[in-house]
Every structure is written in C-alpha cells, then in structure tokens.
Design a binder for this molecule. Structure first.
Ligand code: SF4
Length: 98
C-alpha cells in the first residue's frame, strides 16, 4: 500500500499523526507531513487506513491500488445478454459501489 498526503488540503486537525505516528509528523501549527515515501508496511496498514479514513478533509489518499475489471469480449449472436447483467448477486465481479 502507498499513500500520499496533499499538504495544500491538510487543515491541521492532527488525526493522522494520532492514528499512525510513524507515518505522519505535525509541524508547530499542527499541519501534517509524510514520514518516508508513503510506502506502508502491511503490519501498519490498519492504522494508516484509519488515519486516511478519519482525515476530515481527505488530504490522505491511497495510490496505485485501483484496478479496473478486465474488459469483456463483445457479445456474439449466441451469447445471452442476461448473463452479463450487473446485479447485487454478482456485484463483487464488477465493482458495484454503494
Ligand atoms: S488528519 Fe488530515 S487534516 Fe488532519 S493533520 Fe492529518 S492530513 Fe492534515
């Protein structure tokens, strides 16, 4: 997992450094800086994700983790289009987001 911190968005709440002090440091005004290059060890993933999710201004983002589903081949005359319907039952396959 890799993260980045947009310091232009940071509003100095300090939540990130509380959750993951090994990855975020705060300056005298409470604004955060990343410690290191943003690479997060697997053992620290939960703490950093907590920091990411709790940042009130979404200044912390995960990078390089989004994968798009492989494109499907075009339908032929023999294919049943109903088999490709996106439903709640197969949402894990096509990435439905609520
Ligand atoms: S939680 Fe967000 S706003 Fe607060 S210091 Fe960290 S990056 Fe900045």
């Amino acid at each position: 997992m890799r993260i980045r911190l947009d310091r232009t968005v940071c509003d100095g709440f300090g939540v990130c450094a509380k959750h993951a002090p090994g990855y975020f440091s705060l300056d005298d005004w409470g604004y955060a800086s990343l410690i290191g290059d943003g690479t997060v060890a697997e053992a620290d993933r939960d703490a950093v994700m907590r920091a990411l999710l709790d940042c009130p201004v979404h200044a912390i983002t995960e990078i390089g983790q989004h994968r798009f589903p492989a494109p499907q081949p075009p339908l032929t005359d023999e294919d049943d289009p109903a088999e490709r319907l996106k439903t709640e039952e197969n949402e894990a396959e096509w990435g439905f987001t609520r």
